[in-house]
Write a protein that binds this ligand. Structure first.
Ligand code: ADP
Ligand code: ADP
Length: 237
């Protein structure tokens, strides 16, 4: 479970990008963050894993306040959070398998030499994840030979290889066509349900959010202006 308490961010150069955000995301819930450009969606996601330093407030993942940790402990705790990105952030010249293994290991292995040394559990886990995202037969392909939808599936498998307790997902479909976007959102929501995994998805596409998210949080000028179900959103607008 993730709990934000009074989370705020003011960048050195400007006004408050995030003001006093308090919310709880229970296990298994997939939450879509919507709002106009500049509303604070990226800032919110980045304050959770501290790519941006919050100015005030708590980020409680279970019992641990991530906002309060020193560097070494932060590095360890970040492994509990899986990240999925708009532009996938794969290592393009390496294989699908190498990219997925890097999620588990925290570094990028060369998988043939890796297999020789450790033929065991990490590779089996990676194959299971590739099977789940529909890429079992692409393990040896280079990431740069894949389509956008396939790349995002690798991104999802890599995040899951960490065995995270939370997924942070930043515009996962912004580079994909509408049909592929729906397939990716369906896969993400099914996986969160299967694993009882909470997720926050920064999603610029409101109809897509309404179709797939259980809960939608609307941000405007750094404040939560809506928090409810897709149906409530429709009734409100
Ligand atoms: P969104 O993701 O909803 O588009 P952001 O979180 O990127 O919104 O931005 C929220 C506000 O913070 C905006 O006013 C933006 O200009 C400002 N902002 C974002 N990043 C920085 C930064 N690194 N330095 C200064 N201001 C920033
Ligand atoms: P196929 O169905 O074509 O045999 P799979 O998609 O099951 O292939 O697997 C792709 C390749 O990876 C195969 O060569 C298979 O032997 C190998 N492989 C599958 N699972 C593992 C594993 N746990 N450890 C090492 N190699 C594996």
């Amino acid at each position: 479970m993730l709990k934000l308490e009074g989370l705020s961010k003011t960048y050195k150069t400007g006004d408050a990008a995030l003001s006093d955000v308090t919310l709880t995301i229970p296990k298994g819930q997939i939450v879509g963050l919507i709002g106009p450009s500049g509303a604070g969606k990226s800032t919110l996601i980045r304050c959770i894993n501290r790519l941006v330093e919050p100015s005030a407030g708590k980020v409680l993942l279970g019992d641990v306040d991530l906002a309060r940790l020193g560097k070494t402990e932060l590095r360890r705790q970040r492994r509990r959070i899986g990240m999925i990105f708009q532009e996938y952030a794969l290592v393009e010249r390496l294989t699908v398998m190498e990219n997925v293994l890097s999620g588990r290991l925290g570094y990028v292995p060369f998988w043939r030499s890796f297999l020789r040394r450790y033929p065991g559990r990490d590779v089996q886990q990676a194959f299971r994840l590739l099977d789940r995202v529909g890429l079992m037969h692409q393990a040896d392909k280079r990431a740069d030979a894949l389509s956008g939808g396939q790349r995002q599936r690798v991104g999802i498998a890599r995040a899951l290889a960490q065995e995270p307790e939370l997924l942070l997902v930043d515009e996962p479909t912004a580079s994909l066509d509408p049909k592929t976007s729906r397939q990716i959102m369906r896969l993400l929501t099914e996986i969160c349900a299967e694993r009882d995994l909470p997720a926050i998805v920064n999603i610029h596409d409101v109809p897509l959010a309404q179709q797939f998210m259980q809960r939608i949080i609307g941000l405007r000028a750094g404040e939560v202006v809506f928090d409810g179900t897709p149906r409530e959103l429709t009734e409100n607008v």
